[in-house]
Write a protein that binds this ligand. Structure first.
Ligand SMILES: Nc1ncnc2c1ncn2[C@@H]1O[C@H](COP(=O)(O)OP(=O)(O)OP(=O)(O)O)[C@@H](O)[C@H]1O
Length: 239
């Protein structure tokens, strides 16, 4: 049995006639925070969709917690927060979370826990439709945390948040990983890379690097992770 929460081999995906993922392969170790970083349009969302079983794939293998991606047994073991918050505008934050907790058969006590986790206590009784963009995406993140899933797949959860909230969320991700949860978190902001235990650097449908931040610094001779990423891109272009 593998110790990986996610195992991807030879994954190829086409969207709109374009090859969006090209022979992608990597593993995500259990109980870690792995960052999926790369520029807009490089294929991060497509890869996450393949992991949660929401993407038609052309070829390859995606195994999640020992089962094929999308297996019904994974439904309450994997939490997914998309970039477009999937929450109901005409419910309050608490009503919305109570609704999803009942659908997911998560304990009712989870509602207050996840509201505190994403720091929305002050907006608990506010209509979702009246939240700011950043608050709405945190409400969506709270839904993904219900039921304490073993794997969390979070698509750009910190977009639009101020530095303090971003820092709080990264601390939360670290605490969840320490407690045994596996997190795959996408971002196109390279300064978030240093908060991850492992990094998958992606560009144009290819994984350019699969390493720890330290390993990447040593390999490229660049301390700054953005510079390390640029170094990898240029070395590949020159090859
Ligand atoms: N519904 C779609 N139909 C056709 N092509 C699509 C569709 N969605 C995305 N694509 C294409 O797939 C490629 C990868 O998109 P994807 O959303 O996976 O990138 P991303 O790295 O998540 O970008 P971003 O950081 O901007 O969210 C892009 O070239 C995009 O144009």
């Amino acid at each position: 049995m593998t110790n990986s929460a996610v195992l991807v081999r030879g994954l190829r995906v086409r969207r709109g006639g374009l090859e969006v993922l090209r022979e992608v392969g990597f593993e995500v170790p259990r109980g870690s925070v792995t960052g999926l970083l790369g520029p807009s349009g490089c294929g991060k969302t497509t890869l996450m969709r393949a992991i949660v079983g929401a993407q038609i794939v052309e070829a390859g293998e995606v195994t999640v917690l020992g089962l094929p991606a999308g297996d019904p047994k994974l439904r309450d073991r994997v939490g997914y927060a998309t970039q477009n918050p999937a929450v109901y505008a005409d419910l309050t934050v608490a009503e919305c979370l109570r609704y999803f907790a009942s659908v997911l058969k998560a304990p009712a006590s989870d509602v207050d826990r996840v509201i505190a986790d994403v720091d929305l206590g002050g907006q608990k009784n506010q209509l979702v439709g009246k939240l700011s963009g950043g608050q709405r995406s945190r409400a969506s993140l709270a839904v993904a945390l219900l039921g304490e899933p073993e794997l969390l797949v979070l698509d750009e959860p910190t977009v639009g948040l101020d530095p303090v909230l971003r820092d709080d969320l990264w601390s939360l991700f670290g605490r969840l990983a320490l407690a045994g949860t596996t997190l795959l978190v996408s971002s196109h902001v390279m300064d978030e890379a240093a908060r991850c235990e492992r990094l998958l650097l992606m560009r144009e449908g290819i994984i350019l690097a699969d390493d720890t931040p330290e390993g990447l610094r040593v390999d490229t001779g660049k301390h700054d992770l953005e510079q390390a990423f640029l170094h990898l891109v240029r070395s590949r272009e020159a090859a």
